[in-house]
Write a protein that binds this ligand. Structure first.
Ligand SMILES: Cc1cc2nc3c(=O)[nH]c(=O)nc-3n(C[C@H](O)[C@H](O)[C@H](O)COP(=O)(O)OP(=O)(O)OC[C@H]3O[C@@H](n4cnc5c(N)ncnc54)[C@H](O)[C@@H]3O)c2cc1C
Length: 381
């Protein structure tokens, strides 16, 4: 009996497990996860207050229920510490586990600010349901939350926490929110809308130090500003989890390098989701995972499938400023063209040949996202 081991119980890991089980009723299927193995929607974490979801209801299935669904085993709270590609063995915190085929669905990890250890000890981040439970417990009865980072996740949490009645301060080295994702006019629209909703921006400055002050903290900024908060949430970015793969000798670029068949540099090992870079593309979003999981399962069953990616617009979950963005590929040169009116801001990115390659939309302009995406060339054909 063939043994398929999947490392990671996020959307990528469980999607592959379900797809494998549809095709193969007999293989031994083991999902190994460093977390509690619950199935949940990660995007809901940054809008849970608005959704009115009690924390206990964010998980839709326990590890046991998932094991029953995939007709396999879920080794929760089990960390893989080493991959032995030659012998097809994983070292885990529960002992050794052999495999015939291995799927890495390790996700991404939060980037930490280069602060001293005492400052970092006062900072929370939310990258999974367990983190979110800790954050909600720490936030109970508190009023002021400082968010480090005005990117996608920072802005979404800012909107959600303001909506829930917290005083929210957002600190970012850039002069506008979503600086790396949105052109200036769209970013300004987000800035103004969240400010009207109550967000207190501290932009154009870094954080020097975070000191304990009473029950909360005092944040000292590099521009000399200082202010108090009850809690600090870091949202300065994510990077693919590549350490295991790199140490095992797999090819790694920004993420674990895989071809369009989701195969790593070892043909018995696949990778997908936030840990993987597919044919040079790192797309840390929900949309690519479904298609990638089907391709991995097909290839595990001996087919020769490859993934195709159409442009994938990302919805920014900030109801104060509804936004959709489809960033242009980084290697394409061109220009943004922006127009705005009372209905919102629309920025279109055209390459040197005049072809539409990206867009950013705010307000009622977001309704055009589907049509614009269809007018763009495939990202991976
Ligand atoms: C707050 C938030 C909001 C988001 N909102 C959106 C959104 O609106 N739209 C969108 O498209 N995307 C959104 N994203 C991104 C999206 O959620 C991710 O792209 C997706 O969930 C990644 O799934 P994954 O399975 O690759 O990784 P993960 O869900 O991170 O799963 C990784 C798994 O690997 C396990 N693991 C890691 N290391 C080990 C190890 N050594 N041993 C064993 N197990 C290990 C972990 O325990 C975990 O189970 C959001 C992300 C966050 C953090």
């Amino acid at each position: 009996m063939q043994s398929i081991v999947i490392v990671g119980s996020g959307l990528a890991g469980y999607s592959v497990a379900r797809e494998v089980r549809k095709r193969d009723k007999t293989a031994r299927l083991v999902v190994v996860s460093a977390d509690d193995g619950h199935f949940y929607s990660k995007p809901a974490l940054s809008e849970a207050f608005r959704l009115g979801a009690p924390v206990a209801e964010l998980s839709s299935r326990s590890a046991e229920a998932m094991a029953a669904q995939i007709k396999g085993e879920v080794w929760s709270d089990t960390r893989v510490t080493q991959l032995d590609l030659a012998d097809h063995v994983l070292e885990t915190s529960r002992g050794r586990l052999g495999y015939d085929r291995l799927v890495l669905a390790l996700g991404a990890e939060p980037v930490r600010l280069p602060l001293d250890a005492a400052s970092l000890a006062r900072v929370l981040s939310v990258n999974d349901l367990c983190d979110y439970r800790r954050f909600r417990a720490a936030a109970r009865g508190r009023k002021v939350v400082a968010i480090l980072g005005a990117g996608l996740i920072g802005c979404e949490f800012a909107n959600d926490l303001v909506h829930a009645g917290f005083a929210v301060k957002v600190i970012d080295i850039a002069g506008l929110p979503l600086n790396r994702l949105l052109p200036a006019a769209n970013a300004r629209c987000m800035h103004d809308a969240l400010q009207r909703a109550g967000v207190d921006w501290h932009l154009g400055t870094g954080v020097e130090r975070i000191e304990a002050k009473g029950e909360g903290v005092r944040i000292l900024c590099t521009n000399g500003d200082a202010f108090d908060a009850d809690l600090v949430l870091s949202a300065i970015g994510l990077r693919p989890r590549t350490a295991l793969a790199r140490a095992a000798g797999l090819a790694v670029a920004h993420g674990i390098s895989v071809d369009a068949g989701l195969r790593t540099s070892d043909p018995q090992v696949y990778a997908l989701g936030d840990c993987a870079q597919v044919d040079g593309l790192w797309l840390p979003y929900i949309a690519p995972i479904g298609a990638a999981a089907k391709v991995v399962a097909a290839n595990l069953a001996g087919e020769a499938a490859t993934v195709r990616y159409a442009p994938m617009p990302v919805v920014v979950k900030t109801p104060a400023c509804p936004s959709v963005v489809c960033p242009p590929p980084i290697d394409v040169s061109g220009e943004w063209h922006t127009e705005s009116d009372a209905s919102g801001v629309q920025s279109l990115f055209r390459d040197e040949a005049g072809q539409l390659r990206g867009f950013a939309l705010n307000g009622a302009r977001t309704e055009c996202a589907g049509a614009l995406a269809q007018a763009m060339p495939m990202w991976l054909a």
